[in-house]
Design a protein around this ligand. Structure first.
Ligand code: COA
Length: 166
């Protein structure tokens, strides 16, 4: 098992996007409804790198099985110490402790960046138990739930907010 933080190549980006797009198409955890193109995904990763924010790839036997990254929480300048993170584990590799492991590593990377004082998880769905669990395990507190604010696959979906102060 390997966790990569830099020198990510095109093949790895494509494998990471495959996982990301799987959850767009097959879950309510991500409020996007259409898959991202490689170009759009790459633009997002470039912005993360330019802002010197963490981007991690989890690899097993040289194959990407997880991706985690940190982005601005909101654009307005007063939010500059607050960041939102995302974490995705390949559907073939869930429930093996990898999500929690990758989140722990992401938090450690965030601690190296003095600008990151708050991490916010915006979790799609009150029934997203796996995500809520890995965040609780890693010291995130449930702050509140915005009820039925997303609409996808003909369903209204809650957003669960969890926060960790670094
Ligand atoms: C959330 C996600 C990253 C978790 O990854 P993972 O590798 O499965 O996580 P882990 O195996 O470390 O932990 C999952 C925990 O949830 C538990 N779990 C999963 N589904 C469950 C369910 N339906 N009911 C009860 N517990 C459940 C597992 O048993 C495990 O708990 P344990 O460690 O106490 O045994 C992964 O499911 C995913 O990519 N989901 C889609 C995207 C997403 O929601 N990302 C988070 C938003 S930022």
């Amino acid at each position: 098992m390997e966790i990569k933080t830099n020198n990510i190549d095109r093949r790895e980006i494509i494998e990471g996007l495959k996982i990301y797009n799987y959850f767009i198409l097959n879950s309510l955890s991500n409020f996007e409804e259409k898959v991202l193109s490689i170009q759009k995904f790459n633009e997002m990763l470039i912005a993360i790198r330019q802002n010197k924010l963490p981007l991690l790839l989890l690899k097993i036997q040289n194959k990407v099985v997880g991706i985690a990254f940190v982005n601005k929480f909101r654009e307005k300048s007063g939010y500059r110490f607050t960041f939102e993170h995302s974490i995705y584990i390949s559907p073939n590799n869930t429930n093996q402790g990898l999500g929690s492991l990758l989140l722990r590593k992401l938090i450690n990377e965030c601690k190296k960046n003095k600008k990151i004082k708050n991490l916010i998880a915006v979790i799609g769905g009150s029934d997203n138990i796996a995500s809520i669990k890995i965040h609780e395990k890693n010291g995130f507190k449930h702050i509140g739930t915005l009820k039925k604010i997303g609409f996808k696959k003909n369903k209204w979906i809650d957003s669960v907010y969890m926060q960790k102060k670094l």
